[in-house]
Design a protein around this ligand. Sequence first.
Ligand SMILES: NC(=O)c1ccc[n+]([C@@H]2O[C@H](COP(=O)([O-])OP(=O)(O)OC[C@H]3O[C@@H](n4cnc5c(N)ncnc54)[C@H](O)[C@@H]3O)[C@@H](O)[C@H]2O)c1
Length: 269
Amino acid sequence: MEEFKGKVAVVTGGGSGIGRALALALAREGARVIVADVDEAAMETVAREARGHGVEALAVRADVSDLGQVQALADQAWRAVGGVHVLCNNAGVAAWGGLERATHRDWQWVLGVNLWGVIHGVEAFVPRMIAGGQRGHIVNTASMAGLIASQGLGVYNTSKYAVVGLSETLAKDLKPYGIGVSVLCPMGVETRIRDSERSRPAALRNEPGAESPAVELIGRYLAPDTVAGMVLAAIRRGELYVITHDEGLEPLRRRFERMQRSILERGKA
Ligand SMILES: NC(=O)c1ccc[n+]([C@@H]2O[C@H](COP(=O)([O-])OP(=O)(O)OC[C@H]3O[C@@H](n4cnc5c(N)ncnc54)[C@H](O)[C@@H]3O)[C@@H](O)[C@H]2O)c1
């Protein structure tokens, strides 16, 4: 996809951080945007900012961990604007702490948003995008934590590795339909992710005292706008991976070399 003007884009988690930057970057390029989030005040503000770029913009409350709400989001998109060309499955949350201490609620919450949120996006939007017969693009926000494991990030790592795997397969599956797929894998980005607990539903909150401090990420923190610019460029070029940080190269190389050794040095003394 090369031209965003007049196209329709849906961005989940569009009320803050990377999602907000994606919605506004797409609006600047002339796309009509639908901003979905659980934070109603934030999503309304972003929709208003998008309208400031002279495009139609809608805010729709949708908790991505709930299939019915994501289906209702898709229904509303098709009703209001007649179709969707760019879907950004971006909503995500982080819980911190070693896997030996992770609570069942941590697993439910983080996988519910980060993994099931993407699955629900695929279930609700992809069949209709295919039926619409137009070219389109899906961007799934994973993380460098979907390619490299970090101590203290295990629940998050699990969700994001799954999003990378899903995206890699989705790219192959949707190629015959002219729908591209990109998977966004940033390291640090200046957003409110460290304050993810603000959106944890009451039913999935841990007992007081169970929280662990946020993990310090290595590398630079990029501005969300910089990341959004990289995503739009990747959509235009039809690139699967959007790896935003040069600092990612070394850990990725080390991971690959360990795998390579397992093959090349197998059985050697
Ligand atoms: N910031 C980073 O350093 C970083 C690095 C790698 C990947 N990511 C990923 O980027 C994505 C966006 O996060 P961000 O950094 O912009 O954080 P953020 O906290 O600034 O924004 C996340 C948005 O998602 C919304 N959200 C949370 N739960 C939701 C739900 N159930 N349904 C719908 N919306 C929900 C929040 O209300 C918020 O508006 C996430 O998937 C995150 O894992 C972030």
